[in-house]
Ligand binder design. Structure first.
Ligand code: GAR
Length: 202
């Protein structure tokens, strides 16, 4: 199993989905560490309840993005981590970190990329009037939510949706596809090659 870290900044429901799949005994990734850039968030309690090692690294304690990311990288190496899942981690990582972990850094985003990058994705989808939105699991690159797409799920946008109701419907699909996509990467069945996703079919 691939030693894996999860980065969070908040509630950690995607982290919980990753934990649940890991605990089922069918996962190819082995959760070793949860890092939060914010102290006291609910996701840290979920990690601790699962018996996972946790670490809080506040970006506010560092002079710039790259010095924060150097400590993140050092922490991962000390723990023998080979794969990193960003599960609601609301910090942009430096180009140096992204290049260093290319192909091993996976993010979940609550829209059908390349539509609606960044923040307030659900409100953007409603304002635009799209009939369908969803979620995407991507390999992180140096852009904002611009990495190669590993997996997606489609969710209808209903006439009475608010950002909250749409987010809740999308979150159900996030929890379904994120563990499966991370598994595929851990098994080497999906990989990043020259900026594109390559899939092994057997
Ligand atoms: C999730 O909807 C995730 O897709 C989103 O933050 C939420 C975290 O929820 N991530 C992003 O918007 C990253 N661009 P969670 O903490 O309950 O998993």
């Amino acid at each position: 199993m691939t030693p894996t870290a999860v980065f969070i900044s908040g509630t950690g429901t995607n982290l919980q989905a990753l934990i649940d799949h890991w605990r089922s005994g069918n996962a190819a990734y082995d959760l070793k560490l949860v890092v939060s850039n914010i102290a006291g968030v609910a996701g840290l309690q979920k990690a601790q309840a699962a018996g996972l090692k946790t670490q809080v690294l506040s970006h506010k304690d560092f002079a710039d993005k790259e010095s924060f990311d150097r400590v993140l990288d050092q922490t991962l190496r000390e723990q023998g981590i080979e794969l990193v899942a960003l599960a609601g981690f609301m910090r942009l990582l430096s180009p140096w970190f992204v290049r260093t972990w290319a192909g091993k850094l996976v993010n979940i985003h609550p829209s059908l990329l390349p539509a609606f990058t960044g923040l307030q994705t659900h409100q953007k989808a409603i304002d635009y009037g799209v009939r369908y939105s969803g979620c995407s699991v991507i390999f992180v690159d140096e852009g904002v939510d611009s990495g190669a797409i590993i997996e997606q799920a489609v969710v209808p946008v209903l006439p009475d949706d608010t950002a909250q109701t749409l987010a809740a419907r999308i979150l159900v699909e996030e929890h379904r596809i994120f563990p499966l996509a991370l598994d595929e990467v851990a098994r080497g069945r999906v990989a990043l090659l020259a900026g594109r996703v390559v899939r092994k079919t057997i």
